[in-house]
Design a protein around this ligand. Structure first.
Ligand SMILES: NC(=O)c1ccc[n+]([C@@H]2O[C@H](COP(=O)([O-])OP(=O)(O)OC[C@H]3O[C@@H](n4cnc5c(N)ncnc54)[C@H](O)[C@@H]3O)[C@@H](O)[C@H]2O)c1
Length: 330
């Protein structure tokens, strides 16, 4: 019988195997296939765990054209920080869809952070003004960490500000990103200071209520909102959603999970028809992106399993080429 090999990639190896520009390209293709009906992406299964602030998500997907299927298991355990463990942990299993053979197991937390940033990068590429050069990042956790890198991969960013309710976290991330990206990155003392002059805004927080005021947004801003994934939780003010061109990663997932949209719908501020497009429709050229300099655009991301599949497949291809990771025999 043919020996079957499985490649294991640690968090560090995932990061090495998935440079941001490649991740952005992989996300565009994932969203194109998702919206084109070319992939099978069942709704993610949530298992109720014992703790009130805990979550376990099982996210399967299948892309026939790419000959890949897989599942990511993500756990979010609120009390982990006190135990010295990450709040979010994840593992990704990638399979060959032609034979069913397992191909790779990799750290899913690193994969998640890169692909979540890359989705914002892809959306910014097709929705932000071409001359966008200033960024505001809300949040200073692992998801926020990859947002600026992704935006910098698609626009010539000249400066950025980070706001977090923890000034210490904001300062640490600003220093880290300034060193990594070679940009002036400052910690902002308030949401309005972060937003002053920002062309691109990324919200990647665990806040349950809007993280900025609508009046503080500059005209023509593009917003990537990635933190809200439960119906009662939101980061973006209803007024901003109402006046923005709203693009979602997945329409069914957004309608089921995105508090940023569900709450304004419940308040009667918008209807379902206010959602302009799935991002994949814009990638495929079926719908326009931005139509004027002053238009406010909002990419609402709850995160879909096909992103993980395409990110993992891209990481595996590079890992095989560069000999990264550990090969195990099944
Ligand atoms: N869209 C996606 O694909 C996707 C993927 C993974 C995670 N997420 C979500 O993204 C969010 C961030 O994830 P993380 O792992 O970085 O979380 P984290 O807990 O590590 O960090 C969240 C940060 O947000 C800050 N924060 C909370 N309220 C704030 C506010 N009002 N203003 C500014 N900062 C505030 C916290 O202080 C913290 O530093 C979570 O809600 C997570 O579920 C989305």
């Amino acid at each position: 019988m043919t020996p079957r090999k499985l490649r294991f990639l640690s968090a560090r190896e995932v990061a090495q195997a998935l440079p941001m520009r490649e991740a952005v390209a992989a996300m565009k293709e994932a969203f194109r296939q998702l919206s084109g009906g070319e992939a099978v992406v069942p709704p993610r299964t949530r298992i109720e765990t014992a703790g009130p602030s805990d979550d376990a998500l099982f996210m399967p997907s299948y892309a026939p054209a790419a000959r890949r299927m897989g599942v990511k298991v993500v756990t979010l355990f609120g009390d982990n920080v006190a135990l010295g463990l990450p709040r979010l942990q994840a593992i990704m299993l990638l399979l060959d869809a032609a034979t069913g053979s397992p191909l790779a197991v990799m750290d899913g937390a690193a994969l998640t952070a890169i692909r979540t940033g890359a989705a914002s990068g892809a959306a910014t590429d097709l929705l932000a003004r071409p001359d966008a050069c200033a960024v505001a990042v809300f949040g200073a956790g692992p998801q926020a960490r990859t947002q600026l890198e992704a935006i910098s991969a698609v626009r010539p960013i000249r400066r950025a500000r980070v706001f977090d309710v923890s000034a210490e976290h904001a300062h640490a991330l600003a220093c880290e990103l300034a060193a990594k990206l070679g940009l002036p990155v400052e910690a902002a003392a308030s949401p309005s200071e972060a937003l002053a002059g920002a062309d691109v805004v990324c919200t990647a927080t665990t806040s349950a209520v809007p993280v900025f005021a609508d009046r503080d947004l500059a005209p023509g801003v593009h917003i990537n909102a990635v933190g809200s994934y439960k119906p009662a939780v939101r980061e973006v003010p209803g007024e901003t959603v109402r006046r923005a061109r709203v693009v979602v990663d997945s329409l069914p997932a957004a309608l089921a999970e995105a508090g940023d949209l569900i709450i304004p719908m419940q308040e009667g501020l918008i209807g379902k028809d206010h959602i302009y497009a799935e991002f994949g429709e814009i990638v495929a050229g079926k719908k326009w992106g931005r139509e004027s300099r002053d238009q406010v655009t909002l990419f609402e991301s709850v995160g879909v399993a096909l992103q993980d599949l395409f990110a993992a497949a891209a990481a595996l291809t590079t890992a095989e080429r560069l000999g990264l990771g550990t090969e195990l025999t099944l």
